[in-house]
Design a protein around this ligand. Structure first.
Ligand code: NAX
Ligand code: ADP
Ligand code: K
Length: 494
C-alpha cells in the first residue's frame, strides 16, 4: 500500500480528533517513549545504555516537551542526560520537571563527546531556519555524535520540505502516527525515518480526489507497490506492448542508444526506433526494429519522444504527428523545449501524456522556476495542463491532474549524470506501452532507475551506460518474489 504523507495541519487535525489522548498528555508521553526507544536501540547497538551520554536541545513548544520526556525516560535507564534550553521561560513545564526529577542536568551548552543528541528545537510548529543559538549547539557537535530529530529536523519546512539554512541534518528522525510531507521531500536531511504509533487515525482516510481532501496529496511507494510487467504463458512479442523511441540523431546517437537500450531492458516484447541514428542503435541492440522515418515505423502502443532529437521544424512536425495519435506519449528533453513554445500541442490531448522535465525544462514549460515548494509547483502544472508531470531530481515527483502525487527518494545521487534522463525515458516509455498509467509508469521507472544507479555505483561515480548496465539486476529485485499469484489472477487487474 502506498504511504500517504500528511501536512502539518492534517497532523494537528488527527491529534485533535483523538480527544482526551491529546489533552491529558497521553499522545506526548507515547511520542516521547517512542523517541526514547529509538535512542536506546541506537545506544544498545553500540554497546548499551548504561553509562552513555545523551544531550537534548529544547525549543519553546511541544517538540521540546517530547524531547524532555524522552530524555527523562533515558535517564531512568542509566543514561547521563544534559539539556540546553533555547527559551528557558517557555520550556515545556511538565517535561522539564520530569527531566530534572530523573536526574537530567540543564546547562548553557552541551558537553563534548555525547553519544546522541536529540533535536527538540521545533517540529511541525517550526517556521524558517534554525536560529543562531540553536545552530551554534549543533555546529559544536563532533562527527561521532548521532543526531536524532524529534518529528522533523529543525529548520525543515514540514509541508514543502524546504531545507532552510541553517537546518539540522539528522541521522534518524522519529515521527508520530504518519510520515509528514517533509520526510519524503527533504529525505536526505531526515536520515532514517521511524514512524511511531501513538494511536491516532488518518483524518482524510483514503484519497478519493474529492475537493474535501487537501490537494495535492503526496504518496510514496514501497518495493511491494511496484507491479513490474512480466511476460506470461500466452504472451508474444506484440501482446506486451511495443514502445517506439524517437530520440538522438546520426550525429548525436548517444541519447538514442541509451533510451532504446533502456526500453529493450525494461520489458519483454518489442522496441522500435525512429530517427537518423537507426544504424547506430541496431549496432548496439540488434533486437530493435529501426526505421529512419516515422511513416515507416510500424505500430506501437506508446511513444517516447525527445531526448537529443533537436528542436527544429522537423522535430515540431514529428511531435505534432505523434501527439495527434490517441496513444500514450512520453515527452522529454528537446520535446519539452518544443512544447514550451507550442503548448497547444498537448492542450487538447485526451490520451495518456507524461512530461519528464528536470528543473531547467520545468522552468521553460512554466515560465518560472520550480521554487522552494516543488510539490505545489509540479501539482499545479499537472492540473493546469491536464497531464502527468514527472519532475526529476534526487526526489522525483510524479503528479497527476487529480492532485495525486507520488514521490521517490533516489536514496543516493549517483544518477546525477549526463544521459541518465535518457535511460529514465526509455524505462518509463516501455511501461506505458505495457499499459501502465503515466503515474504508475513514472513511479516504477524512477524507483528502478535509482536502484540501478546505486547498484552500478557501489560508492564510485558512474556514467549513464553503467546505469543502463545495472538496470536488469535492479529490475530483478522488484520482480523476483512476485511473478505469480496463487490463483493465476494477474496482479495488475486485482
Ligand atoms: N499536539 C500533540 O498532541 C502532539 C504534539 N507532538 C509534538 O509537538 C510538536 C508540535 O508542537 P508545537 O505546536 O508546540 O510546535 P513546535 O514545538 O514544533 O514549535 C513551536 C514553537 O517554536 C517556536 N518557533 C517556531 N519557529 C522557530 C524557529 N525557527 N526557531 C526557534 N523557535 C521557533 C514557536 O514560536 C513556538 O514557540 C510536534 O512536532 C511533535 O513533536 C507530539 O508530542 C505528539 C502529540
Ligand atoms: N541529485 C540527484 N540525485 C539522484 N538522482 C538525480 C539527481 N539529479 C538528477 N537525478 C536523476 O538523474 C536523471 C537525470 O536526467 P536529466 O537531467 O534529464 O539528464 P540527461 O538529460 O543528461 O539525461 C533523472 O532521472 C533524475 O531524476
Ligand atoms: K525537531
Amino acid at each position: 500500500m502506498p504511504t500517504r504523507h500528511l501536512t502539518a495541519d492534517e497532523v494537528r487535525d488527527a491529534e485533535r480528533a483523538s480527544g482526551h489522548l491529546l489533552t491529558d498528555g497521553t499522545l506526548m508521553r507515547r511520542a516521547a517513549h517512542g523517541v526514547a526507544q529509538v535512542v536506546a536501540g541506537e545506544l544498545r547497538s553500540t554497546g548499551g545504555c548504561y553509562g552513555r551520554s545523551v544531550g537534548v536541545v529544547v525549543g519553546a513548544g511541544d517538540n521540546g516537551g517530547d524531547a524532555l520526556f524522552a530524555a527523562a525516560d533515558l535517564a531512568r535507564r542509566g543514561v547521563a542526560t544534559h539539556a540546553v534550553l533555547l527559551a528557558p521561560d517557555k520550556a515545556h513545564p511538565a517535561g522539564l520537571s520530569a527531566f530534572r526529577a530523573a536526574g537530567g542536568r540543564v546547562g548553557d551548552q552541551l558537553p563534548d563527546g555525547l553519544d546522541v543528541v536529540i533535536d527538540g528545537v521545533v517540529g511541525i510548529g517550526g517556521r524558517g531556519p534554525l536560529r543562531p543559538a540553536a545552530a551554534e549547539v549543533f555546529d559544536a557537535l563532533g562527527p561521532e555524535t548521532t543526531i536524532v530529530a524529534v518529528d522533523l529536523p529543525s529548520g525543515v519546512d514540514a509541508d514543502t520540505g524546504e531545507v532552510h539554512t541553517p537546518a539540522v541534518r539528522a541521522d534518524i528522525t522519529v515521527t508520530f502516527g504518519f510520515p509528514r510531507r517533509a520526510h519524503l521531500l527533504a529525505a536526505p536531511v531526515c536520515g532514517r525515518v521511524v514512524v511511531v504509533d501513538i494511536g491516532i487515525g488518518d483524518p482524510a482516510g483514503e484519497f478519493d480526489g474529492s475537493s474535501k481532501t487537501v490537494s495535492p496529496q503526496l504518496f510514496s511507494y514501497s518495493d511491494e507497490d511496484i507491479d513490474w510487467p512480466l511476460p506470461g504463458p500466452g504472451d508474444d512479442k506484440y501482446t506486451q506492448g511495443v514502445v517506439g523511441i524517437i530520440a538522438g540523431s546520426h550525429r548525436y546517437p548517444g541519447a538514442a542508444i541509451l533510451a532504446t537500450g533502456a526500453a529493450v531492458t525494461a520489458t519483454s516484447g518489442m522496441t522500435r526506433y525512429v530517427g537518423s541514428a537507426h544504424a547506430e542503435v541496431v549496432a548496439h541492440f540488434p533486437e530493435v526494429v529501426a526505421a529512419p522515418d516515422l511513416a515507416d515505423a510500424g505500430r506501437v502502443q506508446a511513444w517516447v519522444v525527445g531526448p537529443g532529437m533537436g528542436t527544429d521544424d522537423a522535430a515540431l512536425t514529428t511531435l505534432r504527428t505523434v501527439l495527434d495519435t490517441d496513444l500514450p506519449v512520453l515527452l522529454d528533453a528537446d520535446a519539452l523545449t518544443v512544447v514550451a513554445e507550442h503548448p497547444e500541442l498537448v492542450a487538447r490531448r485526451a490520451a495518456p501524456t507524461l512530461l519528464t522535465p528536470h528543473a531547467g525544462e520545468f522552468a521553460r514549460l512554466t515560465g518560472a522556476g520550480v521554487g522552494a515548494d516543488r510539490l505545489a509547483a509540479v501539482a499545479d502544472l499537472a492540473s493546469r495542463w491536464s497531464l502527468t508531470v514527472l519532475l526529476k531530481g534526487r526526489i522525483t515527483l510524479i503528479a497527476e491532474p487529480s492532485g495525486r502525487v507520488v514521490g521517490n527518494d533516489a536514496g543516493s545521487s549517483w544518477a546525477a549524470t549526463a544521459g541518465a534522463g535518457d535511460v529514465l525515458s526509455g524505462i518509463a516509455g516501455s511501461l506505458l506501452a505495457a499499459g501502465r498509467s503515466p503515474q504508475e509508469a513514472g513511479a516504477a521507472a524512477a524507483r528502478v532507475h535509482a536502484r540501478a544507479a546505486e547498484l552500478a555505483s557501489c560508492g564510485a561515480p558512474i556514467g549513464a551506460s553503467a546505469l543502463l548496465g545495472a538496470l536488469r539486476p535492479a529490475i530483478r529485485e522488484f520482480t523476483a518474489p512476485r511473478g505469480r499469484t496463487r490463483t493465476g489472477t494477474p496482479r495488475s487487474s486485482r
